[in-house]
Ligand binder design. Structure first.
Ligand code: PLP
Length: 411
């Protein structure tokens, strides 16, 4: 292997994805101002501990930045406490769950069929920590948690941790409705905002902390357009937050990848300044894509609820050959999205599930609006419904993407 080969592969990736319709719901693109701060001397350094209380010398400027970053995040998300050190969303969950649960105690979440991330499950972080997992009752028609039935279940199974939010989230979850029952059984109410953090910051989705969640754990690179990383926000008591912080360090992370911090600050400033417009257009685009695909005959979920109130839509593609086949066919046309398990699937069939999950947050950041969503639906229809060769549609995708290279909702 020669070094030229490395450069070439990276170049190929950059070119390819700039010619694609990127519709993965868990990704986003950072702005040019990020690039100015992301590759810096910070990426070589350690700063164990908290700002101004480090175990390493040389932390003068990360102290200054990280303390300001914490204040900025408090301001954007209306949180009393913030920790930016988790290096990913799963790590943030690990810190929170390990602080609030004991081996054998119960964590209740919607479960992967209800949209939970794997880290909420027995085969992910929750299982690694020895937590017993229980699932909320999920209303497949409403595509949301059945509030009353789940409140009953919470009374029965008495969890120590209740996790709302998730990787598939079309509609707001019943946060305020669950707060009372969580207090009653002594459970902590957590909201995993990895997907919707940018919509929350833009004030266009539910505000979990305001509605009664004690803690938000999240990643920072989906609808929140930051670098890949994690964050924990809280309005709970100081003792609980300090316990979580002790799990982050010295528990889980000694080097918190310092170069993420200024880059996350740029994203937070962008959300503060442009977040409302960005979130509004993202949700409009998701609805528009759902509607256009539905009109072309796709089985988009929840047509009677205008498809979604977030950045995502779900499509049942069983009649089109299943999630695996459709997602890989579309990839040949440079339309990038992922197969996804739907609520009525067999949980063990994640390799070839019924659905597609489509997110519009990245293409919205490239300036696309409702009319572009209609065109994307048309491109997908040509391939999936009309059986057109995806390689021939790829040329149309590349031509179309050429017009959307500039990143919007940034300085
Ligand atoms: C709801 C949710 N939580 C946590 C994670 C994990 O985040 P990360 O990939 O940053 O570890 C994801 C990832 O997609 C997610 O969707």
């Amino acid at each position: 292997m020669q070094k030229e080969e490395i450069f070439k592969i990276v170049e190929k990736q950059n070119k390819w994805r700039s010619e694609c319709l990127n519709l993965i719901a868990s990704e986003n693109i950072t702005s040019p101002e990020h690039d100015k701060v992301y590759v810096s001397d910070f990426m070589h350094r350690y700063a164990e501990g908290l700002p101004f209380k480090r175990y390493y010398q040389g932390a003068i400027y990360i102290d200054e930045l990280e303390s300001k970053a914490v204040e900025l995040a408090k301001d954007v998300f209306h949180a009393k406490y913030v920790d930016l050190r988790p290096i990913s969303g799963a790590m943030a969950n690990m810190a929170v769950f390990s602080a609030l649960g004991d081996y054998g105690s119960v964590l209740l979440s919607p479960g992967v069929l209800g949209g939970s991330h794997i880290s909420h499950e027995k085969f992910g972080v929750a299982g690694i920590l020895g937590l017993k997992t229980e699932h909320a009752i999920f209303d497949k028609k409403e595509y949301n948690i059945d509030t009353d039935a789940t409140i009953k279940k919470i009374r029965e199974v008495k969890p120590k941790i209740v996790v709302l939010g998730g990787s598939v989230i079309l509609f707001p979850h019943p946060v305020s409705e669950f707060r009372k029952v969580c207090d009653e059984v002594g459970a902590k109410l957590i909201y995993d905002a990895a997907h919707v953090l940018g919509l929350i910051g833009g004030r266009k989705f539910q505000d979990p902390l305001k509605e009664g969640a004690e803690i938000i754990s999240s990643s920072t690179h989906k609808t929140f357009p930051g670098p890949q990383g994690g964050i924990i926000l809280s309005n709970s008591d100081e003792k609980t937050f300090k316990k979580i912080q002790s799990k982050i360090f010295p528990g889980l992370i000694s080097n918190h990848h310092l170069h993420r911090i200024p880059s996350m600050m740029i994203a937070a400033l962008e959300i503060k300044e442009f977040g409302e417009d960005y979130a509004t257009q993202t949700i409009k685009n998701a609805k528009a894509l759902g509607r256009a695909m539905y009109e072309y005959g796709f089985d988009v979920l929840c047509p009677d609820k205008d498809f979604t109130e977030s950045h995502q839509i779900l499509v049942d593609v069983r009649k089109n050959g299943g999630g695996k086949k459709v997602a890989s066919t579309l990839e040949k046309a440079n339309i990038i999205l992922n197969k996804n398990i739907l609520a009525f699937d067999d949980v063990n069939n994640s390799d070839d599930p019924s659905g597609l999950r489509i997110g519009v947050q990245e293409m919205t950041r490239y300036g696309m609006k409702e009319s572009e969503m209609k065109y994307i639906a048309e491109l997908m229809k040509k391939i999936v419904m009309d059986g057109k060769n995806p390689e021939s549609v790829r040329e149309e995708v590349i031509e179309f993407r050429k017009k959307f290279q500039k990143i919007h909702y940034c300085f």
